[in-house]
Write a protein that binds this ligand. Sequence first.
Ligand SMILES: [Zn+2]
Ligand SMILES: [Zn+2]
Length: 268
Amino acid sequence: MVDIHLHSKFSFDSNEEPAAYVEAAKMLGADRFGFSEHYDYDAYLDGAKDVTLCDIANYHKSFKSLKTDGVDMLFGIEFGYRKEAIEHYNELSAKFRFDYVINSVHTLKGRGDCYHSAFFEGRTLEDAYRDYLKGVLESVTSNLDFDVVGHIGYVARYKKGEKVRLCYSKYSDILDDILSAIIERGKCLEINTSSGTCGSRFLPDESIIERYLALGGKLISFGSDAHRATDFMRKSSQLESFLSEKGVKELVYFKDRNPIAYPIISMS
Ligand SMILES: [Zn+2]
Ligand SMILES: [Zn+2]
């Protein structure tokens, strides 16, 4: 499988050297992977002090000069969705010619990042989850120029205390709207294997992935969301077994904004 959700020191929350991923890939026999550094203009608009914006020009320069040792590397970005940031993001996409853009909801206007406990204060968990999903629906139907929908269920990843999965059954109405929009617009659903303590093995939860497949969803990408090279390809064999059981034969990665299919199980 091709891991296309990776962070290095060009993301505010990682110290990893990009070259460490090349080493990890060589060690695991992976011949391709993709970086997707954070660019959270949403948090910047909120004045979040712990978030610095990625210097994309520098990131690009480092990417171009990285010794690949035969590993094919992809130049991606993870944009933190916010309606007010769309124009800025689309300008960046036109300027930097990414291989792919991941559209992720991390923050909601007036509520901040789902990462912080304040996001859940003063309301029921169901309301907080539903509010997050409304943000995801807005993002997938927006005019943001993107390819992949990142880690649906992120809101559950950092919730403190009791684990409560964000499952299909409880939010089926809005999840159907989200999944249908992804399919109709030809976008790709990411399966992110950094599920933290949310109780699900993957993000989105398996029940949501099953629904996506039942609705006819075909485009799926894999991302470990590693912030250090030791997490590269995290849980890829678990995901491989799960998808094979569901009859999924192909995943995609992106090059020059085009999805490229590859078989989940290598023939070698
Ligand atoms: Zn993210
Ligand atoms: Zn990420």
